[in-house]
Design a protein around this ligand. Sequence first.
Ligand SMILES: *Cc1c(COP(=O)(O)O)cnc(C)c1O
Length: 475
Amino acid sequence: MLLSNEERETLWRRVIGAIESYIREIPHRRVAPLLEPEKIRAFLQAVDFNTPMAPDQAVDFVVDGLLRYQTHTPHPRYYGLFNPAPTTMGIAGDALAAAFNPQLGTWSHSPMAVEIERHLIRHIGSRLGYDPSIIEGSFTNAGAEANHTAVLVALSKRFQNYAVEGLRALQAQPVMYASVESHHSLLRAARITGLGAQAVRAVPVDDDLCMIPSALQTMIRQDRAKHYEPFLIVATAGTTNAGAVDPLASLADIAAGEELWLHADAAWGGAAAFVPELKQLLQGIERADSITFDAHKWMSVPMAAGMFITRHPGLLSETFRIENVYMPKEADVLNVLDPYSTSLQWSRRFIGLKVFLSLAVAGWEGYAQAVRRQTHMGGRLRERLPTAGWETVNSTPLPLVCFVDGTHPKGKSSGYLAAVASEIVNSGRAWISTTRLKDQVPVLRACITNYRTSEEDVDALVDDLEWARSRVLSR
Ligand SMILES: *Cc1c(COP(=O)(O)O)cnc(C)c1O
């Protein structure tokens, strides 16, 4: 395991060289590989761990394998789920985090790292409209963990004995509300908290795929009449499927009237707060009790960096703090918080560094420009698609377009749309996907996830779609 100084230096150069040529060459590569599990397993047979490899040989092997067998989400023609092209500062941040390896379990082991994360949570929370003096939060592995945290915090707030006695001590079954278009991590959170997936009430959406407040209100009344215990409303600000933003202010009114916790899942859409002309989309988010925000979505840091942010100080500790004898105790004396007592995680990696370096160097203005540019590219795609006979079916200012083929009788069927998407993906020219809106309506889906995606890239996608259509129709 010990490398000499010279060996290390050679290794670093190799790694940096591989990173730099990857960044430069991505646009010339296929976006997605052919998916061949047997080939990858055969490729891996070359390494059996009985014959140690030289460091540069091991690095070359991995780089070669990743180049061949990866959907290149940093590719400017990757129009997928929100997986970004990582910022350069973020890549540097992750390398530094690995080398310094701060342990973010406790404040006293990593004061600088913990304070950097606190600083970020306050600044980002304040961009989202919270009063910085009361913001608390925690970095999470990703958005799913932040949503899980929200369910746990809302449970602890509503049911005082939940932490000690658990769900079985409750008189009634707790229930929570989220739109049919909300993220499925909420269902899983309900499952693993022991609430059960049935505790998640799927609230219907309108034609714009936004939650219908009156439907929510009715469901809450009906549940109360049947002696269920509502405890949480989750508003989605930027759905995964179609970029819909639930009516946050109306949901905040209902939450206030019903005395329920309001959580805003703004994993990717929250970045709309970085540009004045999009900010009003999120109006009311500042009234949410807590927010999920993912920096590895529209802040484009390397995977993964989620945040749970709340305007109720103290609740994270009430939810997660466990008394024990072996952990360092300085936090109480210093009046600071140990991350392990405010998080689902215990030992934890320095997730915030890649966010800190990216934001420190780009500044808010750099992020505003990136969000604006991607929004512009989304707008261009939305305009260009109808000229080639595609019908766009979602409406959102966010750069995510759902569409079907208006030129052919089969153009709205799931089989046809899936065939078009796989022609595109298999060609290696771009990556798009299919999904279903309201769990029913099949559509093609393309999202601008990359701050390098250009007008030329968008136009090429429209051309590729015409090509894919003709291939499918000629079968
Ligand atoms: C991405 C996303 C999630 C899940 O976050 P991960 O970072 O993938 O765990 C949850 N909700 C929304 C709206 C998302 O876009």
